[in-house]
Structure formats: C-alpha cells, structure tokens
Design a binder for this molecule. Structure first.
Ligand code: AMP
Length: 495
C-alpha cells in the first residue's frame, strides 16, 4: 500500500491518507467550484472548511471518535460529501444507508452497525442519537475551519457499506482508508481524470459507484462535480454540453438513447462515459457509438472490492467484456472456465462487520476474495462476466449459464432484453425459463421465440417457458433482480 498514499508527488506518507487524497488537489485551487448542486456551489476551500467544522461538531457535540460509526440516511448533496470528509478527518466510519430503505430496514441496520450518530431528516424510534444534516451544518457554523486530523494509516477503517445483495440479510462491508485511496488513485490515473474535468454525477452516494468511484475521483483530482442528485434525462442532457465525464449504470445509457435529443452534438465536449454495476448489453454499446461516436468504457467491481477490472482509456475497449485487471489487482477465474472470479489486492475490503464466519468462507486460503461472479478470462486478460454463481441453473444435472442464453435471445427480432432464470421443477430440478421484454414497437410470440431458441441452442438449454413482460425488475443500481423475477414467476400460472 505504501505506493498509493495520496495523489501528490513527494512520497512522504501523509498522516491521514484519505483526507490527503480527498482534499490534497483542491487545496491548490480553494476558489474553484468543487460541487455544483441544487443547493448552490461549494468551492474546494469551503469543502475544506466545512469538513473541518463538521469534524469539530461530530467530536464535540456527538462524541464521535475514531472507529465510531456515523450512519447517514440522506439524499445526495454536497453536505453529505462534506460529512464524509469530516468522518475521515475524525477517523470515524462513514455508513451511508440506501435512501430507499424503510424505517424497519434502517432500524435493523442500526442494530447491526451500532452507530454513535444517525444523520437523517425523519424521526425514528431508536435510542441512537439523531441529527438532521441541517442541524449538523448549523452546529458546525461557528466552529474553527481547521481541524487536527486523526493520524491514520491504510489499515484504518473508513466506511461501512451494506451490500446490495439481492437475497439474505445485508452485510456490512468494512472498507479501509487504504482500500479507498488505492481505488481512487488507480482509477484517476487509469481514466486520466484531472482538474479540467467536469463530472456529471447521477448516482447515489450510498453506493460504491457513486461515492468511491464517481465522487472521490472528481474530488481527488480537483475536478468539478455536477451533483444532479439522481438520474433525470432532461437534466443530464442539459448538463452534458458543459461537462466531460459521466459515470452511470446501463439503464442510464439506455434512457439517454431513448431520447432523440441525445446525439453527437450534445456529447461534443464529453471525453468519457463509464458504465458499471450491472452488465451492459452489446446492443447498447453499439447504439451508443452509432449515435454519439463515443465508446462507453465498461468496468467491473463490487462493494467488497472496489473496482477490479476496467476497459482501457486508450487501447481496445472490448464490448461484452469488463476489461482487464486494474494495476496492482490480481484476478483469477477458479476451476474450469467459466468459473468463479476471485480477486486479491489493496482494493479488497477488511471483512464483514461482526461476521468473522463469513470473512472466513468468502476468502480462499491464499487470500483471494470469492466474488460469486462467474466469468471467463481470455488470452489477453479481458474478463467476461457470465453471471452470478447463485444464478447458475442446473437442469437435469447440466449447467446452464443464463448470460449465454440471454445474449442469444436478445438478438432475436423484436427482443429488447431478457433474463433467464431457473424455476423449481419436479422433473428437471430446475426448469430454464426466459422472461423477455419486447422492443416498444414490436410484438413477441412465444412460439416463435421457442422455435428460434431451438434453432440456436442445445436442446437442454432451450427455455421450457417464455414469458413476455413489460419490463425486468431492477434495483436502484440497474441490476436485474433475478430473485424477484423467480418469485413473480412462481405466482404465474404455467402456460
Ligand atoms: P455491488 O456490490 O452492489 O456494487 O454489486 C457488485 C456486483 O455487480 C458484482 O458482483 C457483479 O455481479 C455486478 N457488476 C458490477 N459491474 C458489472 C459489470 N460491468 N458487468 C456485469 N456485472 C457487474
């Protein structure tokens, strides 16, 4: 980790690597706007000052100390980012909660992470001290604009993110300052993000993609963030002509393509579109290039590991792959290909909060984290993600990888997209089932789909059932919710 401490040259180890990484570049341009948002403009100087003032308020008013958790259930805003920096200054863990969580879910997570403070607008029946973000900022107002940052190192826990796992109880992934600094420094270099960039920010700040990739890369390089507080086609199209970088999930790009105003002229000042968090269809890549002349750069990562692979900024971006391992990150595919993707490196998290049992089973004896994603590595090191291990279908004793079938079905005329899942079946163990969405102007006939599938794949792979639906169930990060699709299928009468 010693080679990733901060972005500035010189080599001396900073006393708080995360604060140094997040504020270092901005300290050279205090009057420059760091964050444009609905609330106005925040300069780098103000971010520095507010984060110091908030750090004072956290410590003096709420007893937040090194190692304490600060849970944050707030919409994306510049103040949330300042609060995150304040936690880094104190050495506390920033614990952002999905804004879609209900009170019951928030209470469960509070029980789990036992924060010293909950930052959220609405009251909640909990013994945890609560403040609204506005109250915190008010409390911070008269405090000194400088703060003696806690002395930390790469191993200091900096954040806990509850994984957006589609099944089971959420688990808190503990990320260290070293994890976050490594990710930020590596991506900033790989994607050449610098102070001239203006990044359109449309992602949640409670997720690795929106916080540690998009927001951190911009702050750390002294670039400006246009914080839109969510994805809205009109606002993105408005922001793009004065911007250079957009990071999004595949659904964002398909929504942009669905708007006829989105074209080469609107994207003329843009230099980089990054997609991740969910697989992007080959057709989306192609349509995007045809419409704008830009090739989307697809990368792959997860909460527990930060970013793992990326297609190159310069060099070949291979559609259908998530690129090659980032420098310093080791990636391997275990067993016969396709196999489970395993990863080791300074990007890999410290473990699950209060779950040493899981930490043990999710790592190999030689220290690789088992991602649960199934993939294929080609001869040049490009990784293709075939699906999640738990989504693998075993039908009549034979393995079926949903992605392989989805790619074939997506290419049938009139098909917009598809999801292939296994549903319990007395005969086969699991029956291959395809849920298909039609193009807006097409009509799909299930017999025709079945005929085409018979001609295109081995008999055991041919879906036993095709179901045409208006849309695929997705979560906020655009991930198709296969467990929800399976549940929904269970309630539909068989055809
Ligand atoms: P999360 O922890 O919410 O970031 O989810 C991580 C998971 O998202 C990974 O384990 C993958 O299953 C999926 N994922 C992320 N990026 C990609 C990508 N580019 N292509 C396919 N799946 C992806």
């Amino acid at each position: 980790m010693s080679n990733v401490s901060g972005l500035s040259p010189g080599g001396a180890s900073p006393s708080n690597p995360l604060v140094h990484t997040l504020l270092g570049a901005g300290r050279r341009t205090p009057r420059k706007v760091a964050i444009y948002s609905a609330a106005g403009e925040m300069t780098f100087g103000r971010l520095e000052e507010l984060s110091a003032q908030l750090a004072h308020a956290l410590v003096e008013d709420y007893g937040v100390a090194r190692g304490a958790r600060v849970a944050v259930h707030e919409a994306a805003s510049a103040n949330v980012l300042a609060l995150n920096v304040a936690c880094a200054r104190v050495g506390a863990l920033f614990v952002p909660l999905n804004t879609a969580y209900t009170d019951r879910e928030v209470l469960e997570l509070l029980d789990d992470c036992e924060p010293v403070l909950l930052v959220r607008e609405a009251a909640l029946a909990t013994s945890v001290a609560r403040a609204t973000l506005g109250e915190l900022v008010d409390a911070a107002r008269d405090r000194p604009g400088v703060f003696g940052d806690e002395v930390t190192d790469e191993s200091t826990p900096a954040a806990m993110l509850f994984t957006s796992g589609t099944t089971g109880r959420p688990k808190g992934a503990v990320l260290t300052q070293g994890n976050l600094v490594f990710g930020c420094v590596t991506l900033t270099r790989e994607w050449a993000i610098d102070a001239d960039d203006v990044l359109v920010h449309v992602l949640p700040l409670f997720h690795v993609h929106g916080l540690f990739v998009a927001a951190y890369c911009a702050l750390a390089s002294g670039a400006s963030l246009r914080l839109l507080g969510g994805f809205d086609v009109d606002r993105v199209i408005e922001a793009l002509p004065a911007s250079t970088v957009l990071m999004g999930v595949p659904t964002h790009f398909t929504r942009l393509l669905g708007d006829e105003r989105f074209d080469a002229a609107v994207t003329a000042s843009m230099r980089l579109f990054v997609s991740g968090s969910a697989p992007m269809l080959v057709s989306t890549h192609e349509e995007f290039f045809a419409r704008t002349g830009h090739r989307i750069l697809e990368r792959y990562g997860m909460t527990e590991t930060g970013m793992i692979t990326s297609n190159p900024l310069r060099g070949e971006r291979r559609v259908g792959t998530v690129g090659t391992a980032l420098p310093g990150v080791a990636v391997r595919v275990e067993g016969p290909s396709p196999g489970v993707v395993q990863v080791r490196g300074p990007n890999v998290f410290a473990g699950y909060w209060k779950r040493p049992d899981l930490t043990e089973t999710e790592f190999t004896p030689d220290g690789y984290f088992i991602t649960g994603d199934v993939g294929v590595l080609d001869a040049d090191g490009y990784l293709e993600i075939v699906g999640r291990e738990k989504d693998l279908i075993i039908t009549g004793g034979l393995n079926v990888y949903p992605k392989e079938l989805e790619l074939i079905i997506d290419a049938f005329p009139g098909v917009l997209e598809s999801a292939v899942v296994g549903v319990p079946d007395a005969d086969f163990g699991e029956a291959v089932t395809a849920v298909v969405v039609a193009h807006p102007d097409a009509h799909l006939d299930v017999d025709d789909l079945r005929e085409r599938a018979r001609a295109a794949m081995a008999p055991f792979k041919v879906p036993k059932r095709f179901v045409v639906v208006p849309a695929l169930a997705r979560n906020t990060m655009g991930k198709v919710q296969k467990s929800e699709i399976r549940r929904d299928l269970a309630t539909r009468p068989p055809r």
